[in-house]
Design a protein around this ligand. Structure first.
Ligand SMILES: Nc1ncnc2c1ncn2[C@@H]1O[C@H](COP(=O)(O)OP(=O)(O)OP(=O)(O)O)[C@@H](O)[C@H]1O
Length: 257
């Protein structure tokens, strides 16, 4: 169940978003993908989940080639993601936000759905039970009837994770899950990622919150201007001169801005 990213290159016209990037995420680990703004991290997620094709290279998960598949086929292969910007249905309840994705996957056919046959009711109950378990897992058990819009920011991000988990991923891609969170919310997120890992789900994490990344990741790859400049354990990455230089460069740019 390893994820193999092999020699991925992506160009958007003249922009080299990724150049010959290779890494491998082992089953059961939390793997961080970090790098300054514009380094190519989200582009990599979009390629893994087939939102668009790479210019070159391929992605393989569990010995199956993902490159060339449709996004829904990637989900079926056990790879799910959350997005940098919250993409919930604000006017639906918390429970509905988790079950909505699942309804597309029910086994009952159209006939059963139209006539609300017993088989379909049983299936719906199963979906709800599973959604409630996921809401418990992410700490939103008592909010199932609340409209998503009325949740606090950190809760909304956890709801997104519950929704991604509803399709039973073997690999979960989290795109900046701590963005905009306060310290308490970030600590809760740390606990949640640990719990998800304990369930045996592999996690690939894009995150700018360095203390969180260093605490939670088993290994980390660093991108800068679309190239992989380092890979290793948190301690190795912290002390890598190329990484320090890349981040210092960004700080200088920020100061100039
Ligand atoms: N659809 C697109 N069309 C054109 N250029 C794009 C597209 N998506 C990304 N890029 C460019 O590719 C480069 C990498 O962007 P990407 O969003 O992957 O970086 P990132 O590391 O995720 O950045 P951030 O940390 O700011 O989210 C940037 O120069 C960006 O402008």
């Amino acid at each position: 169940m390893a994820l193999e990213v092999k020699n991925i290159t992506k160009r958007f016209g003249g922009i080299h978003a990724l150049t010959d990037v290779t890494f491998r995420v082992e089953e059961g680990e939390v793997f961080g993908l970090i790098g300054p703004n514009g380094a190519g991290k989200t582009t990599m997620f979009n390629i893994i989940t087939s939102m668009f094709p790479p210019t070159d290279g391929e992605v393989v998960f569990s010995n199956k080639r993902l490159t060339g598949k449709k996004p829904y086929e990637i989900t079926k292969e056990g790879v799910c993601r959350t997005f940098q910007n919250i993409r919930l249905f604000p006017d639906m309840t918390v429970l509905e936000n988790v079950t909505v994705g699942e309804h597309c996957r029910t086994k009952s056919g159209v006939f059963a759905s139209v006539f609300r046959l017993k088989s379909q009711k049983v299936e719906e109950e199963k979906i709800k039970t599973k959604a409630r378990e996921l809401l418990q897992l992410v700490g939103l058990g008592k909010y199932e009837d609340t409209f998503a819009d009325n949740l606090a920011y950190g809760q909304q991000r956890r709801l997104e994770i519950a929704r991604a988990l509803a399709s039973d991923p073997a690999l979960l891609l989290l795109d900046e899950p701590a963005a905009g969170m306060n310290e308490k919310e970030t600590n809760d997120l740390f606990d949640l990622i640990q719990k998800i890992k304990k369930l045996g789900i592999t996690i690939l994490l894009i995150e700018h919150d360095m203390p969180l990344v260093m605490r939670i990741c088993d290994r980390i790859a660093v991108l800068n201007f679309g190239e992989k400049i380092a890979q290793g354990t948190p301690d190795e990455i912290k002390n890598d001169p190329h990484v320090i230089e890349a981040y210092l460069g960004q700080e200088e740019e920020d100061e100039l801005a």
